[in-house]
Write a protein that binds this ligand. Sequence first.
Ligand SMILES: [Zn+2]
Length: 225
Amino acid sequence: MSSKHVRAAPELRKLVDRLIEFAYPELRRHDFFVRWKSISAFAQISWSITDRTMRIECDKSVRDWHESQKLGLLAHELSHPATAGYLNKEEDIDLDVIDRGLGTYLAIERISAGKHEDHWLNRKRDRYLGYRSIRSLLERHELSQLDRLLKGQQLIPSLRTNPQEPMSHDISVASSSGDTYVQLEGITFTLDEADIEGEFKLVIRDGTAFLYVNDVVAAESELPD
Ligand SMILES: [Zn+2]
């Protein structure tokens, strides 16, 4: 582990502890650590299905986000292992965050993530819910909480959704005893090795998605028509 690119993140750790305490009781017995790292997404969550360990990494670009936006991002990450599967769609993960009463933070996070409208993935097989969709799913008291937060933080939801985002939203990496499932941009890759650590990148060429791990092609997946 290079100390230059990886830093412990006690501030994020406190936010994760709070989320687990109040909204993710099923993760209380997990061992986990949280760190800052330069990655090709805002966040990456890696967990083991067999031994209850979990690692959350946030890209340094997230450092300047408001606390409520970090909570939204971290809640989305925690919902990946908490939904008990490893092939859940990003849309279902977002809905799980909202069901747990954290939709306000998710909505506010989507402002920083540049997603005012839904962000479709994998040729419309999946999507990240945009700020507008999340708003429409919130209860009345959550909407007033959201408006209070926006006002307090002087955030103005931008109508512009950046279609060519420089980075993915998040990467989820689930390990079982013999396989690793990596999901990014709505595409799932299966690798026949457990506990893969490294830098994950997605490249799409001629209708095929390639997953690079540490700059080497590790898996590929045909995109649907
Ligand atoms: Zn996700």
